[in-house]
Design a binder for this molecule. Structure first.
Ligand SMILES: [Mg+2]
Length: 393
């Protein structure tokens, strides 16, 4: 079998707008600049309002009518996939995924990180989808699974209101749905001073008081803090037993992460912005983190997430993949032991948008997920949800 084309499909369709997509925003690194730190105003739709959406999907075509599909793919990756990688892949054996990965890594001196590696990730995931379809097996079986069935999901609460009563109501609602853990997102950072820090602490307290002692609670600072701020807030939330403090500073600041971990005395997580096993190993060698969160959509694909899992397992540090999308992470999770990969992230408000053009809907039940049993990843475009599908350059 040979690859004959690498195509980007722009898929669009119109949907009713249901409720505000986000009720609150998270803290952002740009909050350091007041002119870029906008107050959040949720969009409240008019009755009957509809909106047009577009997503990109990557399709790999072959001379045997077997194809591989992956997406949604982020816009900046499109020109890299189409103009840089397509010509390399034509005539390659699509089942030789490791060879293609290594070829692409060696081909560009900047391949090790950023948009190039993210584009490689999309290709890798599409190739695993293709291989599953060619061999008639779901990807988790190609990877050696099932090992854990089902896979635990944690409820990621990005976009929900942080007003204390609303937060408590939502926290209890998702606890009752069977989620063993929840992640909430800080709204404030150093630019908001002592008052903002106290509001962050109050959010953690409200979440813990709402769910009681049992559930794990995680808290995400989205790269927006600094070391003194993270140590201060980290120490003040320690009594509420966070399962982790996520991305207090960017993931390449290894020394800072270790300092925060040591001085705040709470577990630290990072990794959704890490690329490849080598960057993960640097953090683990430094004893800087307690949890790695590499994302198969960005870190180098399914192939690389497996290698990252091996590295993490050698250090006895759990891998909890970030939830940019879900299908790839779920197949990898189902093929690894729960002590190596204990849970995947399910973004409650974002997943309906990630999956809007797909047939079916991956939705946790009782706080757990099962990977699709169809050959490949189980990503299929639903013609009833798309009115236009066109190839783009
Ligand atoms: Mg995060």
């Amino acid at each position: 079998m040979r690859i004959t084309d690498v195509v980007l499909l722009e898929v669009s369709g119109e949907f009713p707008v249901e409720g505000p997509f986000s009720e609150e925003r998270r803290v952002d690194p740009l909050d350091a600049y007041p002119e870029f730190s906008q107050p959040f105003a949720p969009h409240r739709p008019e009755p009957g309002e509809r909106a047009r959406h577009r997503d990109l999907f990557l399709e790999i075509r072959t001379d045997e009518e077997v194809t591989g599909l992956f997406g949604p793919v982020d816009g900046p990756h499109a020109p890299i996939l189409r103009r840089e990688m397509r010509s390399v892949l034509i005539d390659c054996d699509p089942l030789a995924i490791e060879a293609i990965w290594d070829l692409l890594l060696r081909r560009n001196r900047h391949a090790r990180s950023g948009h190039y590696m993210m584009a490689m990730s999309a290709l890798d995931c599409a190739l695993w989808d293709l291989k599953g379809k060619a061999l008639g097996l779901p990807v988790y079986r190609l990877l050696g699974g099932p090992v854990q069935e089902p896979v635990r999901a944690y409820a990621s609460m990005l976009g929900f209101s942080l007003e204390p009563d609303a937060l408590a109501r939502r926290a209890q609602e998702y606890q009752a749905l069977g989620y063993h853990a929840q992640k909430w997102f800080f709204r404030h950072g150093p630019a908001d001073g002592g008052e903002g820090a106290s509001r962050n602490v109050a959010m953690v307290r409200a979440a813990r008081e709402a769910v009681g002692d049992g559930p794990a609670l995680m808290f995400d600072a989205f790269n927006s803090w600094d070391v003194p701020y993270a140590v201060d807030v980290g120490r003040r939330i320690a009594e509420y037993r966070p399962a982790w403090l996520e991305e207090p500073v960017p993931c390449n600041r290894i020394r800072a992460l270790r300092t925060i971990r040591e001085r705040a005395g709470i577990p630290i997580a990072t990794g959704e912005h890490l690329y490849s096993r080598w960057q993960v190993k640097d953090l683990l060698d430094a004893d800087a983190v307690d949890v790695i969160q590499a994302d198969p959509d960005w870190c180098g694909g399914i192939s690389e997430l497996l290698k990252i899992a091996s590295v993490c397992s050698a250090y006895d540090v759990p891998l909890c993949p970030h939830g940019h999308s879900l299908h790839a992470a779920l197949h990898v999770a189902a093929a690894l032991p729960a002590n190596v990969l204990p849970q995947v992230e399910f973004l409650i408000l974002h997943q309906p948008h990630k999956q809007r053009f797909m047939r079916g809907y991956l939705q946790p039940e009782g706080g757990v997920l099962r990977p699709p049993e169809t050959p490949g990843l189980g990503i299929e475009l639903d013609p009833t949800k798309t009115d236009t599908v066109r190839e783009i350059e």
